[in-house]
Design a protein around this ligand. Structure first.
Ligand code: CUA
Length: 340
């Protein structure tokens, strides 16, 4: 009875593992390689489990002690045939998995001709993206075209981080002074969640990002618009005051295209109004969150490098928020994209 329950529980675990395996996999090609590999591991696991549990059950039932049977069962030592097969079978399984893994690694890491290049710099605790081909910079929300392989060239400005978009590909470390590559391709438009996957400090868990995948024609329009973009002049008095505050308090670290603000220590805020999230994917881009962030970033993200501005009045914060919200490319709203 108990044995039956245990078997059902183990079967359920396998089913969950299989469902999870299927669930994390979109039809992103790099993930498909990993999923195939996991499939093989699962097959071997099931076969080994069935063999071991079956042999155990058979032995327990077949050789159980029967009433009145007090004789000692046959005693023997060493069985060369069993020992050799118990060595060879795992060896063969490990070798097969080794070959399959090596093949998958080669496929995943192979440079892709014509890939879309993206330069990724990881920082405590956010992500900077440069598209050298297009000559534009994006921070924390990377925009890519659907159906074209992307080659992310990774490095770090401080400590070791790791670039991970679970629905697109596996993890790759971003290491200071080194260049590593993570290759992936989105097969459908969407808002893909990204994470830092290497413990990098107090806000490691708050170092997220998004990959926004657009249909090629929409992507081309977005890039053209971003290339031509210059921050619009503030339309209200309050936004104008916000702009003045920004230039004196924020411009040393942040860039806004078409203005004297050209700092690179912090994220590019040129199109902050289009961003879905603030604080590198941690909170929704709402006015309330924006003001809370400027007031004291560490309330949202412990150990954030941006200083707090306790001296700014509520009126100053409202003015800054007006200005920052006005920084947007008209005609691009990504909030309805499906999330992966
Ligand atoms: Cu960056 Cu963890």
């Amino acid at each position: 009875m108990n044995g039956g329950r245990i078997l059902v529980a183990i079967g359920a675990l396998f089913a969950v593992a299989l469902a999870h395996n299927v669930a994390i996999v979109t039809d992103a090609p790099q993930n498909r390689e990993v999923a195939n590999l996991l499939g093989w591991v699962l097959v071997f696991s099931v076969v080994i489990f069935a063999g071991v549990a079956g042999a155990l059950l058979y032995t327990i039932v077949r050789y159980r002690r029967r009433p009145g049977d007090d004789a000692l069962p046959p005693q023997f030592r060493e069985n060369a045939r069993v020992e050799i097969s118990l060595t060879l079978i795992p060896l063969v399984i490990v070798l097969v998995l080794f070959v399959l893994t090596a093949q998958a690694l080669v496929k995943i890491n192979r440079p892709i001709a014509g890939a879309h290049g993206v330069e990724v710099t990881a920082r405590q605790f956010w992500w900077d993206f440069r598209l050298p081909e297009e000559g534009v910079r994006l921070s924390n929300e990377l925009v890519i075209p659907v159906g074209r392989p992307v080659e992310a060239k990774l490095t770090s400005a401080d400590v070791i981080h790791s670039f991970w978009v679970p629905s697109l590909a596996g993890k790759t470390d971003a290491i200071p002074g080194q260049t590593t590559y993570n290759r992936f391709m989105a097969t459908k438009p969407g808002n893909y969640y990204g994470y830092c996957a290497e413990l990098c400090g107090p806000s490691h868990a708050n170092m997220r990002f998004r990959v926004i995948a657009l249909e090629p024609d929409q992507y081309a329009r977005f890039v053209e618009a971003l290339k031509a973009y210059r921050a619009p002049e503030p339309k209200t008095e309050r936004a104008r005051r916000g702009q003045q505050l920004f230039m004196t308090r924020c411009a040393a670290c942040h860039t806004v295209k078409g203005t004297p603000a050209a700092g690179v220590l912090g994220p590019d805020l040129s199109i902050l109004g289009n961003r879905l999230t603030l604080a590198s994917g941690v909170v929704e881009n709402t006015r309330e969150n924006l003001i809370a962030w400027i007031k004291d970033p560490t309330q949202i993200k412990p150990a954030a490098q941006m200083p707090a501005f306790p001296d700014l009045t509520d009126a100053d914060l409202e003015a800054l928020a007006d200005y920052l919200e006005s920084l947007r490319l008209e005609g691009f709203d990504f909030s309805a994209l499906p999330r992966f």
